[in-house]
Design a protein around this ligand. Structure first.
Ligand code: ADP
Ligand code: MG
Length: 323
């Protein structure tokens, strides 16, 4: 199979999206849209972002999901994506599974693959997503990292730490234990197949003051939200949402440390004034995933953690490349 046969066979599919004026096959895709668009790109490198030997369907799911998560954090509606794929070789079974994982997620969120690139080299997957944005009054972007204000409540969707615990499971850290087999599998799935909180992001437009998706760990990403908002935060560690699975597999201090610093959650961390608590609850109901209040924004620049009423120093910071 040469490059063009691979593109035609695995990555060219009809779309019923009439805004795709030109998709895969020409020198560039042409998209018809009016209004602001949100654009994000993320690259996954084998051995860095996922363990070697990860299934191709999971790699594809994850590569698209992390990008959809970025759009979710902006309250954007994902519409289109491009795929730059670097492969060591063209294995039809691998490509088949990769495409299946990719389009299963793409179809669920109604996003169309409109172009890409294919090269030979160490396995690397780069996806760029494009989404449309509404709810922008007077040119103001509704949902950024920078809109938080002192006194706002801090919330997080879903549960934290599962993916980090799942990666630890996949790399053998929590051993084999028949009693927690199903829980360990569920945690691994949270790492391999993160679910982007697209519905929650859309529902929070006009309700949340700021949002970020938790990719590098709550400590790191809440830190970014605080920096952009010019605030500090106080977080109650007891309030961090932990799943039954992480509690079954991990000792409590490990579960908390995964939740604080583990990363790869792809939950949304967002803020809203206490007076908007009812609207937050309604938006969250509509967004299809639960959310919990974990603390509040305060004066200063620091994220302070409290546990049992006392100051608590979290174990580690989030994942940083080029440390
Ligand atoms: P060019 O050389 O003009 O950049 P390419 O030969 O790289 O074009 O690609 C041919 C067409 O196939 C383009 O429309 C491109 O967007 C598309 N394409 C290439 N690789 C992929 C891929 N992995 N997935 C989807 N579309 C792809
Ligand atoms: Mg060209």
């Amino acid at each position: 199979m040469n490059e063009f046969e691979i593109i035609a066979r695995y990555f060219t599919r009809p779309t019923d999206d009439r805004d795709v004026l030109l998709g895969v096959g020409d020198d560039a895709a042409v998209l018809g849209t009016t209004g602001p668009i949100a654009v994000a790109v993320d690259t996954l490198v084998a051995g860095v972002h996922f363990p070697d030997g990860t299934g191709p369907d999971s790699i594809a799911h994850r590569a698209l999901a992390v990008n959809l998560s970025d759009l979710a954090a902006m309250g954007a509606r994902p519409r289109w994506f491009t795929l730059a794929l670097t492969l060591p070789d063209a294995d039809p079974a691998w490509l088949e599974a990769f495409a299946a994982g990719l389009f299963a997620l793409a179809d669920r969120y109604g996003v169309s693959l409109v172009g890409g690139d294919l090269t030979r080299g160490p396995l690397t997957v780069s996806i760029q997503v494009i989404g449309t944005m509404s709810g922008m009054g007077a040119g103001a972007i509704a949902l950024t990292r920078g809109g938080g204000r002192v006194g706002d409540d801090v919330y997080v969707t879903g549960t934290l730490g599962d993916a980090a615990a799942g990666l630890a499971v996949l790399t053998g850290r929590y051993g084999e234990d028949a009693a927690t087999g199903a829980a360990r599998e569920a945690l691994a799935a949270r790492f391999l197949r993160p679910e982007p909180r697209v519905g929650a992001g859309l529902a929070l437009v006009g309700v949340a003051t700021a949002a970020i998706d938790v990719s590098d760990g709550l400590a790191a990403d809440l830190g970014h939200l605080c920096d952009a908002s010019g605030c500090g935060a106080e977080i109650d560690v007891e309030n961090l949402p932990l799943s039954a699975e992480i509690e079954a597999v991990c000792p409590i201090d490990a579960a908390e440390s995964h939740a604080i610093a583990g990363g790869d959650d792809y939950e949304l961390c967002f803020t809203a004034p206490p007076s908007e608590a009812d609207r937050v609850a309604a938006a969250i109901e509509q967004g299809g995933i639960g959310a919990r209040r974990i603390g509040r924004l305060v004066e200063g620049r620091n994220v302070a953690w409290r546990r049992a009423g006392k100051a608590f120093t979290p174990p580690d910071r989030g994942y940083v490349h080029f440390r």
